[in-house]
Design a protein around this ligand. Sequence first.
Ligand SMILES: *Cc1c(COP(=O)(O)O)cnc(C)c1O
Length: 387
Amino acid sequence: MSFIPYGRQDINAADVAAVVEILQSDWLTQGPAIERFESAIAGYCGAAHGVAVNSATSALHIACLALGLGPGKRLWTSPNTFVASANCALYCGADVDFVDIEFDTGNMSVAALAEKLQQAEARGGLPDILVPVHFAGQPCDMPGIRALADRYGFRIIEDASHAIGACYGDERVGCGKYADITVFSFHPVKIITTAEGGMALTNSADLAAAMRRLRSHGITREAAEMVGPSEGAWYYQQVELGFNYRMTDLQAALGASQLRRLDEFVARRTQLAARYDRLLADLPIGRPVLRPPMTSAWHLYAVHVPDGARRRVFDAMRAAGIGVNVHYIPVHLQPYYRKRGFKPGDFPAAERHYAAAISLPLFPGLSEADQDHVVAVLAASLRQESS
Ligand SMILES: *Cc1c(COP(=O)(O)O)cnc(C)c1O
């Protein structure tokens, strides 16, 4: 059997045709495909505005800036995430701290957040922005987090890089019911892809306008956003310091084409996850835990193996050609963050999760035969472990 990756894009003839059509059109970038893609994603999720950018990392950066993050301000996120969820604070010159997770879901613990907020209020040091991360595709307890935001006055950027297509009960992630801004990633291992790419959704016209300026050098062509009058039809102004974080029309057309299959992708991932649940039921491992009414987009199927078994199980599965992975090395344990004062023991649930976690292959094109093979190799490596 050939190598089975942990994640993989699914590109069909319609996706290819959509990109070719742009190649033959007048606009490779800054053309009409961008707005079409933004409206399609915003419409799907139930948000008023979408701002397409070249990565979720860029989206997190301009979301932080649009919400006023800067030196002297604080952002808190989950340690169980990709480094980008924390780095966005440092790009802005702000401080970053973490809130521990629930071991079973891998999501930020609302109890830990409530406790940390209480302490921060007592000694001064409440966060300005919270970045909950919807681990593996399941939304965090956003009603619980929203209630705390209302009480303590922080803003919320959801890092929904794993979670396009997931729901909190009746509403889709990205609708803006709980967060100021929601960020998606369209990297090829994520749910839908634009190769590289990301988007920020918001219901605030002002935040959307700020993020549009920041994605393109801080430049505006809107008279209403200018200092003084416009000097003519050619005129633009740089009103703040922005970046070139633009998505191309090629990427936007690919994304819009992929979006048409998003429900199909999530349904297939959900079906494969349920099949893993059945096939793994008798093994001595922790399987993913869902908290209804949340539904998951199933970016990852991450299991917990017994204490001390992770390294050997991982190595045995890789040796057998199975592209297992680990999500995540806690961000606070990265050397760069240790230099900032974080240390082992700071976020014990995230560290315990990391010590046991293995992500099994999960993507729409995974065949049942390949999935059976993954399960057989996992079972054999766990047996070796216990003998
Ligand atoms: C993938 C990912 C990102 C970064 O996405 P890019 O589009 O590669 O910048 C950020 N946060 C999380 C949780 C991710 O999984």
